[in-house]
Ligand binder design. Structure first.
Ligand SMILES: [Zn+2]
Length: 147
């Protein structure tokens, strides 16, 4: 999935969270949340040298891709929690936004049919999982959808 789709998905998710926040009255600052979310929505693909962020640090992204692979560590829940907590030390709203953006990215990659899956439980479970495949396999056979 391309960065534009991840950015749109992240902004939609974050707008929903902001709307929900307005209903329950938490102290979330929407601008910081969106800035963090947009960055977080792009961050997982730092493991690919041709991605938007990966191309900016191509030697590092190439090493990551060739050693542990694309859609592994940087697409994991563990990495999301670590990065989100680390950013929260400096600004809680940006930290939460980064976490939301990264989760949105992982979910969208899981639902993308063109990918070979996401190892979102890396390093505890290194096999890549395709959520769309699981969903399609659960549909009734009368729908005749090929996976
Ligand atoms: Zn990705």
């Amino acid at each position: 999935m391309k960065y534009k789709a991840h950015t749109v998905g992240t902004v939609v998710l974050t707008a929903g969270i902001i709307h929900l926040n307005n209903k329950i009255g938490l102290e979330i600052k929407p601008l910081y949340l969106i800035v963090g979310a947009v960055f977080g929505g792009l961050l997982p693909d730092i493991d690919h040298p041709r991605s938007l962020l990966g191309s900016a640090i191509q030697p590092v992204s190439t090493i990551i891709k060739e050693t542990i692979g694309h859609r592994t560590l940087t697409h994991s829940i563990l990495f999301t929690v670590i990065i989100s907590l680390f950013a929260s030390i400096f600004n809680i709203n940006i930290g939460i936004g980064i976490g939301l953006g990264m989760l949105s990215h992982i979910i969208l990659d899981l639902l993308t049919p063109e990918t070979n899956g996401v190892a979102f439980l890396y390093p505890f479970y290194k096999k890549k999982i395709k959520l769309l495949l699981i969903v399609l396999q659960k549909l009734p056979p009368q729908l005749n959808i090929k996976v």
